[in-house]
Design a protein around this ligand. Structure first.
Ligand code: PMP
Length: 442
């Protein structure tokens, strides 16, 4: 605990959990070093304080006449405005509160107009890769793994040109198209060329959704400036671990589609017709965000996201990015000093990235390695396939193991790794955690 707090002054984003003691197999206890921010980042102290201050005033949202219900409703709707400001939304954009990035992308898949063609790189996280093919009447074009940002842009350009060349189907229009792309990879941490991909998409008349699950906690996401049509992200990766996420962007497809969830809150007027035992329900649905937010919303989750957004903005991304860059350089340098370590990269060693680094260690099974970091050093990293099987397959050059969706396949010690180890951090990470990690790997 002493070591951790001694370096706190260097961290511009105080987070919870730095004094948590965990047992070591070698005896004794050590403070937990959370280096798995890409899975879930610890809560910001500020988020926790804001939520705790609100907790006694908790009330139902959009449903109660009482004072605390009014207060909670205001808090919920103001959270929407704070998130819109954080994302740099255009005036007509909607900000829908969801459960997570996965939920946000499934919502977008559900509202796509019939006949939409979706384009997605095979390297995407499963949350970006899989929702589209669930929708009937939607076709998916999978794009092969690019080995540079420029190749990504060229690949998309070619695919969209070919789609346009197909021409209108049966006398109709070619239909709408949507590109789904990640801002920063959850496996390599590499930044994708969002602005260029957006230009290409729009030049071909396609729309684009940005999976900002890994980008938003590390870099500003400016919807208006980058011109993306939608952005999806999760609170629990943005230092607000209370089960909420966001889909923000263009209102038209959201307004025109059937509600994602049918129920109270989404409907404005409901009447049942019954004649001789045969009935139906006439429903007038809201055209605001409420259309897709049926049921009692997660006000704490929304408020926590808004609190984290404000904390990040107030801390200033310039300083946060600079601090994180130092940490990335230190981890890269430390890993380079270990000849058995191979860092995984799609775009090349020096590609710009966020604080997410995956690697394998020659002669080690990645799961055993990650388990040893935890048991012997109190360091929490992630091992496995990171819900991005095709990408990990490309990076490792082989078939990843088959032990569940995001799981870690077993291999005997000394066998070639079928999965990888991922260390991830943010501007809230103290130097001591990074130094302990490097020492442990060595
Ligand atoms: N996209 C990316 C790039 C991610 O890293 C993740 C989480 N690992 C997701 C989507 C899904 O986020 P969630 O689990 O919060 O839905």
């Amino acid at each position: 605990a002493t070591a951790a707090s001694a370096t706190d002054t260097r961290s511009p984003l105080p987070v919870l959990g730095r004094d948590v003691l965990v047992p070591l197999v070698t005896g004794g206890e050590v403070t937990y070093a959370a280096l798995d921010y890409a899975a879930s980042a610890p809560a910001l102290q500020r988020v926790w304080d804001d939520v705790a201050a609100y907790a006694p005033y908790y009330g139902s949202v959009h449903r109660g006449a009482g004072y605390l219900s009014q207060l909670s409703t205001d808090l919920f709707e103001n959270s929407r405005k704070d998130v819109a400001a954080f994302l740099g939304c255009r005036p007509d954009d909607q900000v829908v509160f969801t459960r997570s990035t996965t939920d946000s992308l499934n919502l977008l898949a559900a509202v796509l107009p019939h006949g939409t063609r979706v384009f997605v790189f095979e390297t995407e996280h499963h949350a970006s890769l899989l929702p589209w093919q669930q929708r009937e009447g939607v076709e998916v074009g999978f794009l092969s793994a690019p080995r540079s940002p420029r190749e990504a842009v060229e690949t998309l350009d070619r695919a969209l040109s070919a789609w346009r060349a197909e021409g209108p189907a049966e006398g109709g229009s070619a239909g709408p198209a949507l590109v789904c792309v990640t801002g920063a990879s959850n496996v390599t941490g590499e930044l994708w060329p969002v602005r260029e991909l957006t230009e290409v998409a729009h030049a071909h008349g396609a729309r684009i959704v940005l999976d900002a699950a890994q980008l938003a906690p590390h870099h500003p996401v400016d919807i208006a400036a980058s011109d993306v049509d939608w952005v999806a992200f999760s609170g629990h990766k943005l230092y607000a671990p209370f089960g909420a996420g966001v889909l923000a962007g263009r209102a038209d497809w959201l307004r025109e589609a059937r509600p994602y969830l049918a129920g109270g809150g989404a409907s404005r007027k409901v009447a049942v017709r019954v004649r001789e035992g045969v009935g139906g329900v006439d429903v007038e649905w809201h055209t605001t965000e409420a259309r897709h937010e049926a049921g009692s919303p997660n006000v704490i989750g929304a408020y926590a996201i808004a609190s984290a957004c404000k904390a990040l903005t107030e801390a200033g991304f310039e300083g946060l990015v600079a601090r994180e860059r130092e940490l990335i350089a230190r981890v890269r340098e430390g890993l380079t000093e270990v000849p058995e370590v191979r860092v995984l990269s799609l775009f090349g060693e020096d590609a710009p990235r966020v604080g997410v680094i995956s690697f394998v260690v020659e002669g080690w099974n990645s799961s055993h390695f990650a388990a040893a970091l935890s048991a012997e050093y109190g360091i929490g990293v992630r091992d496995g396939l990171f819900c991005a099987h095709p990408l990990v397959r490309t990076l490792l050059g082989g078939e990843p193991g088959d032990q569940g969706e995001c799981g870690a396949p077993e291999a005997a010690p000394g066998e070639r790794s079928l999965n990888a180890i991922r260390v991830s951090f943010g501007a809230g990470t103290p130097d001591e955690h990074v130094e302990r990690f490097i020492g442990a790997v060595k």
